[in-house]
Design a protein around this ligand. Sequence first.
Ligand code: FES
Length: 103
Amino acid sequence: MGGVSHGQGHDAGPGTGGAPGASGAGPDLDRDLDRDLDHPDVILCPGGPMLLRGDHVVHDEDGTEHRTTRPVSAVCRCGSSAIKPWCDGTHKILQARERRRQD
Ligand code: FES
């Protein structure tokens, strides 16, 4: 996986947008479920952020809503990002510092 350039992750392609005419249950629902199983919309990166694919609303610790605006967004899980709730890559610095400390 490539690096995350900033807050909401890298562009992984065009937005999902939704299929024309997909307005509820029915044949389109089955197709959407198949797509989701092939491409999980939540991915936990070991030692790093949680990647969200698609449109999501993230509530921070203060209850403020943050909406994703990119095809893939990275949510900080280490608690050290300067742009919470999004990952800014600080977790990599912390990991490198910890490795040096252990050497
Ligand atoms: S997970 Fe990347 S800065 Fe926290």
